[in-house]
Ligand binder design. Structure first.
Ligand code: APR
Length: 329
C-alpha cells in the first residue's frame, strides 16, 4: 500500500527515513522531536548543530544513529494561528520538501508524524487532510511507501457526525445479519434441500461435457478488473494508485488471468473504479468473496459505496477509527 495510516511510535519505524517535527533551531525539544533525539542519541544533536537551523516549511536531513531507520528528515511546521497566516501552505511545504529530500536520498519508504498537530496546535483533522493530500499527489508521480504514523488514537479523528453515522449503520447491519443470518441460514438450508430434492441434477456423462461447462466459466477477477478500467476510461496506473495498490502487485494481477487477490485488494479496486454495490458484489464473487453483514470491515465499505463515497483515504480513516485493517495492499 503506497500510503498507510498506522498507529505506532515513529522512533520504532525501520523505514529508510523518518520525519521529525522539529523547531527552527533543530536543537531538539519535546513531543516527537524529543522522542527522536532521545532514541537517536547525542550524535544526532551534534550533526544538527552543523545545519544552522531550519526555516518553517523547509526540511534538512541527517543520519539516524541509534534509530532503526537510515535518515532523519527534520522539518519545521507552522504554529496554528487560526488559519489566516499561510499555515496551510507552510504545512504543505513541510511534506513536499521532506518528500523531495527522501527522493533525493533514494529512500523507498518514509514515515511522517502529524506535523504541527501537537505543540504547534494545528487542528488534527486539518493537519491530516493536508498530509494526505500532499502525499497522495506525490505518490501519483513517484513510487515510494509512505506512512503517516499516529501516536495517540485521538490524533486521527473522523468527524463526529460521520463516526456516529457509521456506528449506527454497523449496529443496524449487525442486528439484521444476526436476525436474518439465523433465519437466512435455515431458509437457505431448507431451500437447498428442497431444491436438490425437487430437481434431478443433470449427470455429466462424458468428459467433453465437463470441458464445455468449464469453458462457460465467466470472466475472472483479473479480466473483469481490466475490462472495468477500460470502461471507465482510466489508465492502469490511475486505477492502482487510486486504489492505493502498489505497482508490483498490479503487474502480478495483470499478468495472471487467474490471480487470486485478497478481499481488501478487491474492495480497494471496487472503490477506485467507483463500482456500485451490485458490481462490487460481482467483482468480489469472481475472486471468491462476498460482502458479509457479520463483518465490520465489509459493513463500513458497504456504508460508503451505498452512499457513492469513493474517497479511499476517508474510508481508510474510518476503517482505522473502527480498528479495522485498511483498504489496499
Ligand atoms: N511517534 C509518532 N508521533 C508522535 C510521537 C511519536 N513518538 N510523539 C508525538 N507524536 C505526535 C503528536 O501526537 C502529534 O500528533 O506528533 C505530532 C506532532 O506533535 P509535536 O511533536 O508536538 O510537534 P509539533 O506540533 O509540530 O510542534 C513542534 O514541539 O516538540 C516540539 O521541538 C518541537 O518546538 C517544536 C514543536
Amino acid at each position: 500500500m503506497p500510503l498507510e495510516i498506522i498507529r505506532n511510535d515513529i522512533t520504532k519505524m525501520d523505514t529508510d527515513a523518518i520525519v521529525n517535527a522539529a523547531n527552527s533551531t533543530l536543537l531538539g525539544g519535546g513531543g516527537v522531536d524529543g522522542a527522536i533525539h532521545r532514541a537517536a542519541g547525542a550524535k544526532l544533536l551534534e550533526e544538527c548543530k552543523t545545519l544552522g537551523g531550519c526555516k518553517t516549511g523547509e526540511a534538512k536531513i541527517t543520519l539516524a544513529y541509534n534509530l532503526p531507520c537510515k535518515y532523519v528528515i527534520h522539518t519545521v511546521g507552522p504554529r496554528w494561528a487560526g488559519g489566516g497566516r499561510n499555515e496551510k501552505a507552510l504545512l504543505e511545504s513541510c511534506y513536499k520538501n521532506s518528500l523531495a529530500l527522501a527522493k533525493k536520498y533514494n529512500c523507498e519508504s518514509v514515515a511522517f508524524p502529524l506535523i504541527s498537530s501537537g505543540v504547534y496546535g494545528y487542528p488534527k483533522d486539518l493537519a491530516l487532510k493536508t498530509a494526505v493530500d500532499v502525499i497522495s499527489g506525490f505518490l501519483l508521480k513517484n513510487d515510494m511507501t509512505v506512512y503517516i504514523v499516529i501516536f495517540d488514537k485521538d490524533s486521527l479523528i473522523i468527524s463526529e457526525k460521520l463516526f456516529s453515522d457509521i456506528k449506527e449503520y454497523i449496529d443496524d447491519c449487525y442486528a439484521e445479519s444476526h436476525f436474518d443470518g439465523r433465519t437466512r441460514n435455515i431458509l437457505f438450508e431448507d431451500s437447498c434441500m428442497a431444491y436438490s430434492a425437487s430437481v434431478s441434477l443433470p449427470k455429466i456423462t462424458k468428459l467433453s461435457e465437463l470441458d464445455s461447462r468449464l469453458a462457460e466459466i465467466d470472466e475472472s477477477f483479473s479480466q473483469m478488473l481490466l475490462r472495468k478500467i477500460d470502461e471507465k476510461g482510466m489508465t492502469d496506473s490511475e486505477c492502482y494508485k487510486k486504489a492505493n495498490i502498489d505497482r508490483k502487485l498490479f503487474s502480478k494481477i495483470r499478468g495472471d488471468i487467474n490471480y487470486k487477490p485478497s478481499k481488501p485488494t478487491v474492495l480497494a479496486f471496487a472503490v477506485a473504479l467507483e463500482l456500485d454495490l451490485r458490481e462490487t458484489d460481482e467483482m468480489l464473487r469472481k475472486a471468491g468473496f462476498a460482502l458479509s453483514h457479520s463483518n465490520k470491515f465489509d459493513i463500513i465499505i458497504e456504508y460508503f459505496i451505498s452512499r457513492g463515497v469513493y474517497d479511499i483515504i476517508l474510508i481508510n480513516e474510518a476503517l482505522f477509527t473502527f480498528d479495522q485493517s485498511l483498504l489496499g495492499a
